[in-house]
Design a protein around this ligand. Structure first.
Ligand code: SIN
Ligand code: FE2
Length: 216
């Protein structure tokens, strides 16, 4: 085994195509991570992270919140997008300009210009938290891609095809990485393995993931 196998690719590494229409932009958000995290903290003061229930009655290990005109929520009644936070009955916090700007630049870099997300789901993972394989299909606009930003502890991201039967590929995502998937990969099954223990210089024992979506 090579001594350097475990090092993340340099932030300037060329994008890695992971499937048709899907690309991993290494370190794309690194330089602006502190500003992004400050903006996310302000959002989370208005709409705190919470563990949602699934329709199956299970409590998700990932804690979630949202910003933007719509937010994704799950409950025993199903999955849906709402204009208000069910916890406060107030509109979700607006999407901070620095988040929107990053998402638009990443989408353009990946070949999706004119990306106009109206929803940003904020996922927080602590060691042991995971997200089982799923498709993002509650959005009305399936022509727009999903833009997913990873901050904090590294994770193993699973990315398959639109068929649940196909075995997903594993990709290590580190702080600052951005994955964009659209076109033929828009409905690809994806998930995150249980987060390994660790401590990140900016986020401590946490991983934050931001996914930007066009819902309407
Ligand atoms: C998601 O599918 O909503 C999150 C993916 C991730 O945390 O990388
Ligand atoms: Fe997802």
């Amino acid at each position: 085994m090579d001594l350097f196998d475990d090092l993340p690719p340099h932030p300037d590494a060329a994008p890695t195509p992971i499937a048709p229409g899907a690309v991993l932009l290494h370190g794309f958000a690194c330089d602006e991570a502190v500003a992004l995290l400050q903006a996310v903290e302000v959002v989370l003061q208005q709409a705190p992270l919470r563990h949602l229930q699934t329709p199956g009655g299970y409590t998700m290990s990932v804690a979630m919140s949202n910003c933007g005109s719509l937010g994704w929520v799950s409950s025993v009644n199903g999955y849906r997008y709402t204009a208000c936070d069910p916890a406060s009955h107030r509109p979700w916090p607006a999407m901070p300009a620095c988040l929107l700007d990053l998402a638009q630049r990443a989408a353009a870099q990946a070949g999706y210009p004119q990306f106009a997300p109206d929803a940003c789901l904020i996922n927080q993972y602590v060691p042991g938290a995971k997200l089982s394989l799923h498709q993002d299909k509650d959005e009305l606009d399936l022509l727009a891609p999903i833009v997913s930003v990873s901050l904090g502890l590294p994770a193993v991201f699973l990315f398959g095809t639109s068929s649940r039967k196909d075995r997903p590929q594993r990709h290590r995502l580190v702080h600052g990485d951005v994955v964009v998937w659209g076109g033929p990969s828009r409905l690809a099954y994806h998930g995150v393995n249980a987060l390994a223990d660790g401590t990140h210089a900016l986020l401590g024992q946490r991983r934050l993931n931001l996914t930007f979506r066009c819902v309407r």
